[in-house]
Every structure is written in C-alpha cells, then in structure tokens.
Design a protein around this ligand. Sequence first.
Ligand code: SAM
Length: 285
Amino acid sequence: MPGILYVVATPIGNLGDISDRAREVLSVVDIIAAENTRHARKLLSKIDFSGKLLAYHDFSDKRQQRMLLDELLGGKTVALISDAGTPLISDPGFKLVRLARDQGISVLPIPGPSALTASLSVSGIATDRFVFEGFLPSRDNARRQRLDMLKEETRTLVFYEAPHRIVASVATMLECFGAERSLFIARELTKKFEEHFLGTLEEGLRWLQQSSLRQRGEIVIVLSGASESERQRRAHEAAFSLLERLQDEMPLSKAIGLVVDITGVRKNSIYNRAQLLNSTRQSDE
Ligand code: SAM
C-alpha cells in the first residue's frame, strides 16, 4: 500500500496556532519535507518528532522529488510543510502534490492558518467572492500591467506583498483603480506588532507613508473590487475617447453607430457627448 502525503498548515506567526492534528501528524510521519529545514527545526523543537527532515522546493532537483515519491510508493508517510501557513499558497508543494496524485498516492490536508484567510476574515471587505493574486511582479512595468488587467474585476482582490514594495504597489493601485476603493492592510498577523488599516486607497497610501515602521514585516493587501458605477464610468470614458478619434474620420452619425456597436454604451450618452464635443469645438473656432 502506498503511504500518505499530508499537506500540513503551520502558524503564520503565533506558534500557539498550530492545531492538535498538525502536531500529531508531524510527530508520527516518517519524513517531513520542509521548504527550509532550519526554519522547520524551530517549529519541530516544540514537537516530539523522530522522523527524517528533508528540504523540498518545487525547483528541488528531480532526484529529490523522485526519492520522496519512491518513499511514498513504498508505504512511507510524508508531511509537507512550508515556512509559514498553508503549503502551496504562494509556497512550494504544487509539483509534489501533482506527482503524488498522478501516482495514485493519497494526499490529505491538515488545514490551518493562512495569511490569505486570516486577513480576509478580519478585513471588513466583502468575502463572498474574492480573487487571490499572490505576489505582484516586482518590476514596475509588469506590476502596472497586472493591475491594469484587474481594473474591471468586481470580486475582492487579495495580494501578498514584500515590505520594501508596499508603498510602490499601493501607489500604483491608486493610479489604476482611483482613490475611492476600500483598502485593508494587515501587517504581522498573529504577531506582537500586528497592525491593521481599513480606509480608502488614498488614505491607505498616506497611512503607509506616515511611518516607515508600517512598511516593515509581513503584509497582506485586501482591496474591494470594481463597483458597477466605476465599471460604467470606465466604459463611458473608453467610448468617448473612441468617438473623438472616429469623429474626425467619418460622418458623426456613422461614428456614433460604430461606437455604440463596439462598446455597448447607450446611444443617448454617446450622442450627448458628441454634441458637447461639437459645441466646444465651435466655441474654440
Ligand atoms: N503559505 C503562506 C500562507 O498560507 O499565508 C504564505 C507564504 S508567502 C511566501 C509569504 C507572504 O504571506 C508574506 O510576504 C505576506 O504577504 C504573507 N504573510 C505571511 N504571514 C503573514 C503574517 N503573519 N501577516 C501578514 N502577512 C503574512
């Protein structure tokens, strides 16, 4: 019989958050595959663990993955842990879980803390539908592009962010999404200097800039999604700028028809805008 791969969540700060079941599994498995063995030893020092401790990363060489799979196929039990929280949530483990499943090995969760659910649960921002975006790209251009792609998203957005990039990221969010969206920042969840902020994006940027201490530690950003009025305003802006371009190239009625067909914005709004544009032009002449 093949063994079992347990995916074990561990605390995100407060060691008291480890569950009884996680303790039990970690103390009886044959092997613990950890993102970082030095880090894991700290946690395991609180647990009566007598198995083998190995390093595992998704970019671990194939031999390491093969060895873990062979142990599992040979009937051994393996617990996968990351440095903090739930493995595979912006942490290693995906490849191992997939390979194990492909080999018919049971993969069982030992659920527990994650900065994702912990931050959402206290954010005060809608949690019925959300999108987890993990870490944004570190380069400015790529980060802006990713955020631009999320402009129309109506579900709540959750990001992990490195402390040295938090100000730049929130500033870019402000440029992409406007000042009014609700922003929740969770710093150092479950730890001694835990701190939360809830306000608008504009207030959030100011809050961060008020103290360099707020730009330290581990941080999650929760942002409300686009409201219907925000989406409509954006659709109108896009339609109006298209109208301005087309109006110089063709008769007005044709330009209006095309803009309505392409953007789906109501004919009346486009027509009113065209009249406004024309009267401004005439008064300029
Ligand atoms: N697997 C982890 C989980 O389930 O939350 C996340 C690992 S990811 C490499 C680390 C990121 O998670 C940090 O940069 C931060 O964004 C977030 N994070 C982890 N612990 C946190 C904490 N105590 N408070 C706030 N954010 C935290």
